[in-house]
Design a protein around this ligand. Structure first.
Ligand code: PMP
Length: 408
């Protein structure tokens, strides 16, 4: 094969079939717009960092560098440093998970944890069920290993178990292999809903009966507005559940730390996959995270966050009630970062986002959260990062654009 290196086409022939087959994402443009100076962004699921004790973190970092630099700046254990894993076990216990520090595997964020779990379980053509709508980045992991996502319809109590059962039978009848269910049971991204406690048991039983793995992705579990936590799915179904946790939303994403608690039988393969991906997670950031968690004050900081997010959520909803066209509906999240909005007939969130961007506010159109083209009249607004004033201004811009579109 002769490759004309100077043409745009040339690089295409080097790409894997897998990458070439991937659909281009319209939504990347939206996220690029969110970075523009002055833009009021409801697009990013980025936490507020203002409440973090950076002076203390600086002291912790200094102490680590003075006393443990040789360890902190060296390669480390591929599954993470023991002291951070001990903290991870304590955190998971808050949601009813009993594990040993030796069971968890630390990763570069839960995004990487999802990637290595998919790497060891997914074959091209496998079906993975996911809530409809679901986290675009999570679905992208599975589709990057050439899985097909099948959405399970959800309501105010999360994904509907009878629908999962029906779709699982349908997939089987079509001769396909269903490999697992990817679910975000708490303060779901983007739907904001919780999978009800009864449904957790039902969903788990269906997965066990149908031979499905459960990928339980839980970065928001500790972010209930009232500090409430729900029991994880993992304790009832430990043999089939990969549980994913993250420090990104409860602390900060900048250290890039998350973890996965796999079913025991999968741990060896998972650690090998993690080694292939990154050898080991950064020891320095793990020690810093661990030092932060050594002081129980981290829970008070989290309380501050939760109260702040509740206030931001309330401000957003109050403003939207005043500015959005009649017939707009939204869910009522009890925690997390996201408001999921359904627009009245005739409004297209994907088309209108560009006009909103022109006027200085951005959200994510609903189509980003489905792999099958659904969601044109839906949108996600993250309320965690903008200030209260920005929330009022940004929502007013969006409301104006939508009212004008409906009137025209
Ligand atoms: N899962 C969900 C549901 C998320 O919303 C995110 C971040 N937006 C992630 C996983 C990835 O988080 P991180 O890699 O920062 O832990």
């Amino acid at each position: 094969m002769t490759v004309p290196l100077d043409t745009a086409l040339s690089y295409q022939c080097f790409l894997s079939d897998r990458v070439r087959a991937a659909k281009p994402s319209e939504v990347r443009k939206v996220f690029r717009a969110a970075q523009r100076p002055g833009m009021i962004s409801f697009a990013n699921g980025a936490p507020y960092l203002g409440g973090l004790p950076f002076d203390r973190l600086a002291e912790d970092a200094q102490r680590i560098l003075q006393s443990r630099a040789a360890e902190a700046f060296q390669y480390g254990a591929s599954d993470g440093v023991p002291e951070l894993r001990a903290h991870i076990v304590d955190i998971m216990r808050l949601e009813g998970i009993e594990a040993d520090a030796a069971d968890a595997v630390v990763t570069a964020g839960s995004q990487q944890a999802l990637d290595i779990a998919a790497r060891i379980t997914i074959n091209p053509g496998d079906v993975v069920f996911a809530e409809g709508p679901s986290y675009a980045g999570g679905m992208a992991v599975f589709t990057s290993y050439e899985a097909e996502i099948v959405h399970v319809p959800s309501d105010a109590d999360g994904l509907i178990p009878a629908e999962l059962e029906r779709l699982s039978a349908e997939v089987r009848a079509a001769g396909k292999t269903a490999k697992g269910l990817y679910t975000i049971p708490n303060f779901q991204n983007p739907g904001g809903v919780n999978l009800s406690v009864e449904r957790r048991g039902e969903v788990g039983r269906i997965c066990r009966d149908q031979g499905l793995l459960i990928f339980e992705d839980n970065p928001y579990g500790l972010l209930g507005f009232e500090g409430q936590t729900l029991p994880a799915i993992q304790p009832q179904f430990p043999d089939i559940t990969f549980y994913f946790g993250s420090f990104s939303k409860m602390f900060a994403p900048g250290l890039r730390l998350g973890w996965v608690l796999p079913p025991a039988a999968f741990r060896g393969e998972l650690v090998k996959a993690s080694e292939t991906a990154q050898l080991n997670p950064s020891v320095f950031t793990q020690l810093l995270m661990s030092a932060y968690l050594d002081d129980p004050a981290w829970r008070d900081t989290l309380d501050t966050y939760r109260a702040l997010y509740r206030e931001k959520y309330q401000t957003l909803v109050e403003t939207l009630s005043a500015v959005m066209p009649a017939g707009t509906a939204w869910n009522a999240p009890t925690g997390g970062f996201y408001l999921w909005i359904t627009l009245p007939e005739g409004l297209d969130a994907e088309q209108l986002v560009y006009e909103c961007i022109e006027r200085g506010a951005v959200y994510v159109p609903g189509t980003a959260f489905y792999t099958d083209g659904q969601g044109r009249n839906k949108m996600r607004m993250s309320f965690c990062l903008p200030t209260l004033e920005q929330i009022r201004q940004g929502a007013a811009i969006i409301g104006e654009v939508f009212r004008e579109a409906l009137a025209s």
